[in-house]
Write a protein that binds this ligand. Structure first.
Ligand code: CS2
Length: 457
């Protein structure tokens, strides 16, 4: 006889100790757990590398995980069934507002790594309560305590994420230095700025590691929670569902050591850029084009959109274009594309297009613009990338027409642009994605001519 969920024991460590914290993570969400926490669990020395994971804007994930000692179930959802695994590497699940604990952990020499999944837009936000502000204050605590060198590993879907993270951290550090010295704005890049100060300490002690991360992780549903209770015989308030595929490509130094992530298939490379581009353009770019074209044509998930030949052709046309700029043989673009088709078609993963459609202006900048620019530089039109941008515009018009919500870091600007009409609207929306492209009349005309491509017949 099956027991009701409330009679089941709660998932927990039951007295066995959590692994010692050596990694601090900012951005405790489903992706961190299906990816970095899982890679760490798979490393042969994973038991020596506990993670203290802090939430971002909302403390919910910490509230759900703390009563179960940081443990959670990873539901690996393959086309032919689910596999369940308890991931034990999160030693502490903490509210991001707990900066006292963050400072304490970063001050400890035993802390060797900070990983970040703070989303693309956060790197521009240096306010003191924003994750980066908190991180930089915690680095100041490490400096004061003589905690020693450390690696910061950005796991966000950004090109050059190491450099972006470095620039953001240095900017905030220079602001703190300026505050401390009361001398107004200190130029962190000026000669002599290295004489003492936090920014100088960061330059000497913090290694920024670039990564390309990949694992499709749709939002957990109430059905997933119920399934775990039924199949595993315990209560887990926060399981994570992910596809079986997982990839992590990294480049950079770990001055205080790292887990043997290669045991779980992580790849360490010298030059990460071609790998970043492959992932951002082929996977994320395809996601974005499917998200807009698919919703315009009445689909809800990636698998549904892929099954629609109109969406699939648009995606493949974009792939053909992007592939011209992914020329390293080891990128194995044909193999990567074939694997993506299989991953996207996984009928048991409900990956919602609405989730992917969020933050479009920023995602297009990373996923469509580089391909469009590269095509233009080679004397071609960049039709596939332009179609992705046009689909975003049509989607926004549709959503706003329905008085539905949309999420974008430039929401205010987007809404203003949507108040315009015709080519002017196209040009203004395009300027929010890329100012230079919007100054190119041929690109504006091209995008404008592609509006309506995915109108539902
Ligand atoms: C998606 C990504 O939501 C999105 O924008 O494209 O989250 C994607 O699922 C992951 O990068 C896969 O690794």
């Amino acid at each position: 006889m099956t027991r009701t969920a409330t009679e089941l024991p709660v998932l927990g460590r039951k007295g066995s100790p959590a692994p010692p914290v050596r990694i601090v993570h900012l951005g405790l969400g489903a992706f961190h757990r299906s990816h970095q926490a899982w890679f760490t669990a798979k490393a042969h020395d994973g038991a020596e590398w506990g993670i203290a994971a802090f939430t971002g804007r909302r403390p919910d994930a910490a509230r759900a995980l703390a009563p179960q000692d940081g443990l959670f179930t990873l539901v690996e959802r393959a086309a032919d069934g689910d596999r369940f695994e308890v991931v034990t590497t999160i030693s502490e699940a903490l509210d991001g507002a707990d900066t006292a604990r963050l400072n304490e952990l970063l001050a400890a020499p035993s802390t060797a790594i900070v990983t970040l999944t703070v989303t693309e837009k956060v790197y521009d936000d240096g306010g003191p309560d924003a994750p980066l502000g908190r991180l930089v204050r915690a680095l100041a605590a490490r400096r004061a305590a003589g905690g020693g060198p450390i690696a910061i590993v950005s796991c966000d879907n950004l090109a050059h994420n190491a450099e972006v993270a470095r620039a953001a951290v240095l900017r905030v550090a220079a602001e703190l230095d300026a505050e401390a010295s009361g001398t107004g704005t200190l130029d962190a890049s000026a000669p002599g700025a290295d004489d003492g100060g936090l920014a100088a300490w960061v330059r000497q002690n913090v290694s920024f590691v670039g990564t390309s991360v990949d694992r499709i992780t749709p939002r957990t549903t109430a059905d997933d929670v119920a399934e775990v209770a039924e199949q595993c015989g315990y209560r887990d308030a926060a399981p994570v569902v992910a596809e079986p595929f997982a990839s992590w490509i990294l480049s950079g130094e770990f001055p205080a050591g790292r887990p043997a992530w290669e045991d779980a298939g992580a790849l360490f490379v010298e030059d990460i850029e071609p790998f970043e581009n492959r992932k951002l353009w082929l996977l994320n770019g395809a996601h974005t084009i499917l998200a807009y074209s698919g919703q315009l044509r009445g689909h809800a998930t990636v698998a549904e959109a892929l099954a629609d030949p109109v969406c699939r052709q648009a995606m493949e046309a974009f792939w053909d274009e992007a592939a011209r700029h992914l020329t390293l043989p080891e990128l194995d673009v044909p193999g990567y594309r074939a694997a993506l088709l299989e991953r996207f078609a996984n009928p048991r993963i409900a990956h919602y297009l609405a989730q992917i459609a969020q933050d479009g202006s920023l995602k297009l900048r990373l996923r469509a613009v580089p391909v469009l620019r590269a095509e233009r530089a080679d004397g071609r039109t960049g039709l596939g990338a332009a179609r992705m941008i046009a689909a975003w515009m049509d989607y926004l018009v549709h959503v706003v027409g329905q008085r539905a919500e949309f999420q974008d870091p430039l929401e205010g600007e987007v809404r203003l642009a949507l108040g315009l009409e015709g080519r002017e609207r196209t040009e203004t929306l395009l300027s929010l994605v890329d100012a230079e492209l919007s100054a190119d009349a041929a690109v504006v005309d091209r995008v404008d001519s592609l509006l309506g491509t995915f109108a539902d017949e």
